[in-house]
Ligand binder design. Structure first.
Ligand SMILES: Nc1ncnc2c1ncn2[C@@H]1O[C@H](COP(=O)(O)OP(=O)(O)O)[C@@H](O)[C@H]1O
Ligand SMILES: [Mg+2]
Length: 280
């Protein structure tokens, strides 16, 4: 099938095929979608996020090959968290990553990451991370052509981690609610076939209404990024609402964004007492 989409793709250059964990598939294989997850997707294995404090809450990390939905308001830290997941994978675990953005441009993602000390430009040059930015008018083509370009990039880079930012930005581009739901379902189907450990973000209001995304039931795990206000200050906290097959913490744990570090979770500390009536 012809590939009509021309999103801003970076990093998927021929030299990326030379990285150590690249898969040795030929061009023909790279055009087709996998029918089943790669055999390497051992579901009992944990994939460390490398985010300090977070892995302690979930048996050492995410389930390999699982889909993890991070829900939160704008500014709650979804994009930062997903970037950190990819950067840590590339730097510390030899796992390449693909960042699929429906929101921010590649330039914006790179610039904002630099404020945490993450050099996405360098990781891209090394072939360890690729950023694909879909413009709104290209998104329907992604749905139509079945993500072939993304699969090509995954194959070329040997990626094991994917970040999709965000599902809300993706589905809003479909005309009817029916089409949006179909598109959501198809995207989840694709993600499953790609066989990578995937983080996805979704906008959710602090009011408790998660129906705007309506995808929590499709994902293997749901993380809530809280950003509640107490008097004149906002706090940050993370909660694992669901993680299949995992004896995860039930606690809502405070976290911070630290320059040159990124997200740092404090499992031993408590969020202010009144919280709970104000969160999701
Ligand atoms: N270098 C930094 N150090 C500390 N906090 C930062 C830094 N850069 C951004 N932030 C915080 O992170 C927030 C952005 O988080 P982001 O991941 O973009 O949220 P979301 O994707 O949920 O909208 C900013 O509003 C700011 O509060
Ligand atoms: Mg964001």
């Amino acid at each position: 099938m012809a590939k009509p989409i021309t999103p801003t793709k970076t990093g998927a250059t021929p030299q990326m095929r030379g990285i150590s964990n690249a898969q040795a598939n030929g061009p023909a294989a790279m055009q087709s979608q996998p029918q089943t997850p790669p055999p390497s997707a051992d579901l009992s294995e944990r994939v460390p996020t490398g985010i300090e404090g977070l892995d302690d809450l979930c048996e050492g990390g995410f389930e390999r090959g699982s889909s993890v939905l991070a829900l939160g308001e704008p500014g709650s830290g979804k994009t930062t968290m997903m970037t950190q997941f990819l950067v840590n994978g590339a730097l510390n675990h030899g796992e390449g990553g693909v960042f699929l953005s429906f929101e921010e441009t590649k330039e914006s993602i790179i610039r904002h990451s630099a404020s945490f000390g993450w050099d996405l430009n360098a990781l891209e040059k090394q072939g360890a991370v690729a950023i694909i930015n879909y413009k709104p008018h290209e998104v329907k083509r992604l749905a139509e052509e079945g993500g072939g370009l993304i699969w090509d990039t995954i194959t070329e880079t040997g990626a094991k981690r994917i970040a999709i930012d965000s599902l809300s930005a993706y589905v809003i581009l479909f005309e009817s609610q029916y089409q949006a739901r179909e598109a959501q379902r198809n995207l989840f189907e694709l993600v499953r076939k790609w066989g990578c450990t995937t983080m996805m973000s979704g906008e959710a209001a602090a009011s408790g209404d998660r129906s705007s995304v309506g995808m929590d039931y499709l994902s293997d795990a749901v993380l809530l990024l809280h950003h509640p206000r107490q008097r004149n200050v906002r706090f940050r906290a993370i909660e694992i609402l669901k993680m299949r097959g995992t004896n995860h913490s039930q606690k809502i744990c405070p976290f911070e964004f630290l320059p040159s570090v990124g997200m740092k979770v404090y499992p031993g500390e408590d969020i202010f007492e009144e919280f709970g009536t104000k969160g999701f």
